[in-house]
Design a protein around this ligand. Structure first.
Ligand code: ZN
Length: 504
C-alpha cells in the first residue's frame, strides 16, 4: 500500500495549494483593492503551476504507475480493495487530464482566455460581435487542440462535456433536450396565451439592501449552512468556493429594486455551500472528498433555489419573516399573491434572469450551438443570426441586439464550452432528488411550511454529499431513485405547478 500512501501524500500538498488558490480567487472577487489585479494573477498563476507540477511530477508518476496503467487507467494492483481501486481510478482521471495537456499549451491558452474575457466585456458593452469574433475563433482553435490532446470520445464535443460532467455523453443529453423541447415549448406557449398576467411588479419596489441581506442570512441558517465553517459576502457575480469542507464561502449580490434576485441567489449559493460543507472532511484531500460533477453540484443549488425557494409550503413559513423586514412594501400582499409573483413565467432574452421554466430553453439554444461549433466547424461569423433564430424558435422572442443575444454569457470567452448542459442536468437531477425526498421524509411539505428544513438538508448530506466522488453521477441517481436520469420528473413538476398557477 506504500505507493498509494505516497500518492495520497502528493494529493495532500495539491489540496493545500488548491485551498490557498481558492482563497486568493475569492478575495479577488470580494475584497481585493482594484490595483492589486496584476500581482494577484501572478500569484494565482504560480500556485497553478506548482499544483500542475506536483500532479504530473516524478513522485506522483512513479507511484501511480505502480497502481494503474498510466495510459489506459487499468488497475495494476488487483489486490487493492474495491473502494481503493475506485479511488485510484479517480486519481488517475485527474492525473491523465493534467498530463495530457502540454505545459506550453496550458500557459498559452490561459493567457489567451484571460485576454479574451476582457475583450468580451468590452465587446458586450459596445454591442460589437465583430470585435469579439477573432478571439472566439482562436478559443475554438484552442479547444480543438485540447480535444486532440485528450482524445475524441463519441464526438469531439463529448470530450469537452466529459470535463464538466464525467461519463455523460452528448447522445444522452440530446435525448433529454428532445424531451424537454417537446413538452416545454408548448407549455410556455400556453402560459403566454393566458390573458390574465401574473403581476410581479410588487417585487420591483424599493427594498433596502441591508434588510435583504439580513433575511438572506436568516435563510442560510434555516437551511443549515453552518456559519462556523463558512461565511457570506458580496460580489458582482454570486458564486461559491471552498478552501476545505470546514471553510466554505458563498457570495450574493443585492439590488435595491429587485427582491427576487438576491433572495434566490442566496438560496442557490447556499445549496452549493451545503454540498461543500457536507463533503467528508476525512477525505478532503483526495477525490472521494470532492464533488462528483458540475451537474450534481448544480442539482444542490437548484433544489434549494427552485424546489424549496419557489415552493408554496416553504413560503407559508418564510413569508411572515420576509414581511417583518418589509412591512410597508408587502403591506396588504397575501402570501398567495407573493407566491405567484415570484413564480412569474415570462420568456426573456437574458439567461441569468430567466425563470425556472424558460431557463432550460436558454440552455438548449447554447447546447445546440456549441455542438455545431465543435463538431461541424460552424462559421463563427454566422453565430449572431443562428442565436437569434433559435431564440425565436424556442422562446418566441428575438434579441434586439447582440449584447442581449450571442454576447451575453461570459462562458465561451474563457473557453468553457460543454459547460452549459450541466445547468439543465442540475435541474433534472434536482427534481428527481426532491421526489425521492418526499417519499423518504414523512410530511416533508408540512416540515417546509414549519421552517423545519434540517430533515431535507440531512437527507441530502446522507444520500449525496458524504459520498464525494466515490460514486459516479449515474450510480448515485440509480441508487437513490432506482431509476436512470430522466427529464420526466422535472417536466411533470413544471407542468403541474404552472398549469396550477396559470389555471391551464
Ligand atoms: Zn450554480
Amino acid at each position: 500500500m506504500s505507493a498509494l500512501k505516497n500518492v495520497l501524500d502528493e494529493l495532500r500538498k495539491i489540496s493545500y495549494l488548491n485551498g490557498a488558490e481558492a482563497l486568493l480567487s475569492w478575495d479577488q472577487e470580494t475584497y481585493m483593492p482594484e490595483g492589486a489585479g496584476t500581482a494577484r494573477s501572478n500569484q494565482i498563476a504560480y500556485l497553478s503551476t506548482l499544483t500542475h507540477n506536483t500532479m504530473v511530477g516524478g513522485v506522483m508518476k512513479k507511484n501511480l504507475a505502480e497502481l494503474v496503467d498510466l495510459e489506459t487507467g487499468d488497475i495494476r494492483d488487483e489486490s487493492l480493495p474495491e473502494m481503493e481501486q475506485r479511488r485510484v481510478k479517480e486519481i488517475w482521471r485527474d492525473y491523465h487530464h493534467a498530463a495530457a495537456l502540454p505545459a506550453d499549451f496550458v500557459e498559452e491558452f490561459s493567457k489567451h482566455s484571460s485576454m479574451s474575457q476582457q475583450l468580451w466585456v468590452k465587446a458586450r458593452k459596445a454591442n460589437d460581435f465583430e470585435m469579439f469574433r477573432p478571439s472566439l475563433e482562436k478559443t475554438l482553435a484552442f479547444k480543438h487542440r485540447e480535444i486532440g490532446y485528450l482524445g475524441a470520445m463519441d464526438t469531439p464535443y463529448d470530450t469537452l462535456l466529459d470535463e464538466y460532467e464525467p461519463h455523460m455523453t452528448s447522445a444522452k443529453v440530446t435525448v433529454l433536450f428532445d424531451e424537454i423541447r417537446a413538452r416545454l415549448v408548448p407549455l410556455i406557449k400556453d402560459i403566454q396565451a393566458v390573458k390574465e398576467r401574473v403581476d410581479n411588479q410588487l417585487l420591483r419596489q424599493n427594498y433596502p439592501v441591508a434588510q435583504q441581506w439580513d433575511f438572506g442570512v436568516d435563510m442560510l441558517k434555516v437551511m443549515g449552512f453552518d456559519l462556523k465553517y463558512g461565511r457570506q459576502d458580496k460580489s458582482a457575480h454570486p458564486f461559491t468556493t471552498s478552501t476545505y469542507p470546514t471553510d466554505v464561502r458563498v457570495t450574493t449580490r443585492l439590488h435595491e429594486n429587485d427582491l427576487k434576485s438576491a433572495l434566490l441567489s442566496t438560496l442557490h449559493e447556499g445549496g452549493h455551500g451545503l454540498y461543500e460543507q457536507g463533503l467528508p472532511v476525512e477525505e478532503a484531500d483526495n477525490p472521494f472528498g470532492q464533488a462528483i460533477s458540475l451537474g450534481i453540484h448544480e442539482s444542490q443549488s437548484r433544489l434549494w433555489e427552485n424546489l424549496v425557494g419557489l415552493n408554496r409550503h416553504f413560503w407559508t413559513f418564510a413569508y411572515p419573516k420576509l414581511k417583518a423586514y418589509f412591512p410597508t412594501q408587502l403591506d396588504g400582499v397575501a402570501v398567495d399573491k407573493f407566491y405567484k409573483a415570484i413564480n412569474c413565467v415570462q420568456p426573456s432574452l437574458i439567461r441569468v434572469e430567466a425563470d425556472e421554466a424558460t431557463y432550460n430553453l436558454h440552455i438548449m439554444v447554447r447546447y445546440e450551438i456549441e455542438k455545431l461549433l465543435i463538431n461541424e466547424n460552424y462559421p463563427v461569423s454566422k453565430l449572431p443570426e443562428l442565436w437569434d433564430d433559435k431564440m425565436e424558435e424556442y422562446l418566441g422572442i428575438r434579441p434586439d441586439k447582440n449584447a442581449n443575444g450571442v454576447l451575453q454569457d461570459v462562458h465561451w470567452s474563457f473557453g468553457a464550452i460543454g459547460y452549459f448542459p450541466t445547468y439543465t442536468l442540475g435541474n433534472l437531477y434536482s427534481a428527481m432528488w426532491f421526489n425521492q425526498a418526499q417519499i423518504e421524509i414523512p410530511g416533508l411539505d408540512e416540515k417546509l411550511a414549519a421552517g423545519d428544513l434540517m430533515p431535507l438538508r440531512n437527507w441530502l448530506k446522507e444520500k449525496i454529499h458524504r459520498h464525494g466522488r466515490s460514486k459516479s453521477a449515474a450510480e448515485l441517481v440509480k441508487e437513490i431513485t432506482g431509476q436512470e436520469l430522466s427529464a420526466q420528473p422535472f417536466l411533470d413538476y413544471l407542468e403541474k405547478k404552472y398549469r396550477g398557477i396559470y389555471g391551464l
